[in-house]
Write a new protein. Structure first.
Length: 201
């Protein structure tokens, strides 16, 4: 029996800001997403990361928070309690956006690193709507991608050791949308990168 051809993948860079280390006891307070590019078989086509984006600031879901975590984003938690988007409405809007931009392809969340952001994103998608457009495992970790292509240990997969041509030209601001766009540029650079035989660029 002939295997069906795989659907193209649409990579969406996601960055989240939270007020603590894990979802549930703590809250995702903002998240941004940017379309990075599309992979169809062996062909990867980069998109303009600033062209198709999504951003929301969310109302916290509990009373617990870590001051140091809040300081990273600079967001005012009291303001978010008053003005932040309802998490269920925000996740509904995000699902609709993901399905619109990924029409004809399978959406894949990507992050640097993906583990923290995916933990919050997937938890919120299931807790507020019980539906993830990425499925339960549709995420790609850019640190792992770099480590594999560069043939270095995962602990060595840090931006300070990457070849300069891979690094995004945009700043890392800890604003979720800015960082999602920056990460999308890194994703494109990594996907299009052909390292030398030594694996170090």
């Amino acid at each position: 029996m002939t295997a069906r051809p795989a659907r193209p993948s649409l990579y969406i860079s996601v960055d989240i800001e939270a007020d603590g280390p894990i979802p549930g006891p703590y809250s995702m307070i903002s998240f941004g997403a940017a379309v990075a590019g599309r992979q169809d078989g062996a062909v990867y086509t980069a998109a303009d990361p600033a062209e198709r984006t999504f951003y929301r600031e969310l109302r916290p879901i509990g009373d617990r928070y870590v001051d140091a975590a809040l300081a990273v984003s600079g967001l005012d938690r009291d303001r978010l309690l008053r003005e932040g988007a309802d998490p269920a409405e925000a996740m509904d809007a995000f699902r609709a956006w993901v399905r619109e931009v990924s029409a004809g392809a399978q959406p894949v969340m990507c992050g640097y690193p993906a583990s923290f952001d995916w933990t919050f994103l997937y938890w919120y998608l299931i807790a507020f709507g019980d539906d993830s457009p990425f499925g339960h495992s549709g995420c790609l970790d850019m640190k792992t991608l770099y480590a594999t292509k560069a043939r270095v240990p995962l602990r060595a997969a840090v931006k300070g050791r990457m070849p300069r041509e891979l690094l995004p030209g945009r700043p890392h601001t800890h604003h979720a949308l800015d960082d999602a766009v920056e990460q999308a540029e890194l994703m494109n650079n990594l996907m299009l990168w052909q390292p030398g035989e030594t694996g170090t660029g």
